[in-house]
Design a protein around this ligand. Structure first.
Ligand SMILES: Nc1nc(=O)c2c([nH]1)NC[C@@H]1CN(c3ccc(C(=O)N[C@@H](CCC(=O)O)C(=O)O)cc3)CN21
Ligand SMILES: CC(C)C(=O)C(=O)O
Ligand SMILES: [Mg+2]
Length: 252
């Protein structure tokens, strides 16, 4: 299937069943998650934190993204592979399209970018070139320095209005789906009911969106040093890694 066909198939899941999405940053993880049937593999710029060891996602470059998108694409057969456009890679429509093309050449089926109304010209430029786009609104991690942290979004009437207008504009601009991040549950639910395209939630509470995305190292416990409070940690991969290494050290 082409990227466009895969994105369309995901779009059509709305109202049928919940969409499952996980981040992946490397070949083995992509291969394992694809084998168990996850719908979407997001090569998130969160890789800057949980793989590359930076304090936030503002250090991630296009070269980083291309490198990891290629690895994930090699490991994925069926999942929709989303390449996250990193900070400052989509400042103009021309730059957005050029960098979207780079991620698609590396193997992404589609791209994702952060922001609402102010990004519609970039979304249109990419979609017009035949590359599907996933929107991302609510809390925008690439703005963490301006915002002074990661805060819930949509508590005030003004903020709720801006997010609603933003996602409506993203839909009109041709987005195939939209990630809602740290949006207060009631607003996430209302937006999901109103939009025709699927919403994929993170930190929006359970069952309020058309699907959910999680950072893979959060649910496996592989990166225990920064885990958002809403994450459901299902294993202790970090503990296992240490146990195996200690056992090895003692065995040799
Ligand atoms: N490991 C990891 N998992 C993620 O989900 C993730 C990253 N890294 N890096 C990029 C962004 C940052 N994320 C975050 C980080 C912190 C909160 C957090 O502390 N949320 C509080 C905020 C409360 C408030 O001040 O309003 C919460 O209670 O939800 C949420 C999302 C989500 N993304
Ligand atoms: C948190 C998700 C939605 C993301 O954008 C990322 O992993 O970079
Ligand atoms: Mg991201």
């Amino acid at each position: 299937m082409t990227g466009q066909e895969k994105a369309e198939a995901i779009r059509q899941l709305k109202g049928e069943r919940d969409i499952s999405a996980l981040t992946a940053y490397d070949y083995p993880t992509a291969r394992l998650l694809d084998e168990v049937g996850v719908d979407v593999l997001l090569v998130g710029d969160s890789l800057g934190m949980v793989v590359l060891g930076y304090p936030d996602t503002t250090h991630v470059t296009m070269d980083h993204m291309v490198h990891h998108v290629a690895a994930v694409a090699r490991g994925s057969k069926n999942a929709l592979v989303i390449g996250d456009l990193p900070i400052n890679s989509y400042n103009t429509p021309e730059q957005a399209l050029e960098n979207a093309r780079r991620l698609v050449e590396a193997g992404a089926d589609c791209v994702k970018l952060e922001g609402g109304v102010r990004q519609v010209d970039k979304v249109r430029a990419i979609v017009s070139a035949g590359i599907p786009v996933i929107g991302h609104h609510g809390m925008l991690p690439q703005r963490v320095l301006e915002e002074g942290g990661y805060h819930k979004k949509g508590k005030s009437i003004e903020e709720a209005k801006a997010i609603t207008e933003g996602v409506t504009a993203l839909q009109a601009a041709g987005c195939s789906a939209v990630v809602l991040e740290s949006v207060v549950p009631a607003l996430a639910k209302r937006i999901s009911e109103e939009l025709e395209i699927p919403t994929i939630g993170i930190g929006c509470g359970k069952g309020n969106c058309d699907g959910e995305v999680a950072v893979i190292t959060d649910i496996t416990g592989a990166y225990p040093w920064f885990v958002p409070p809403f994450a459901y940690v299902r294993a202790d991969f970090a503990g296992e890694m240490k146990r195996v290494a200690k056992e090895y050290i003692n065995a040799i």
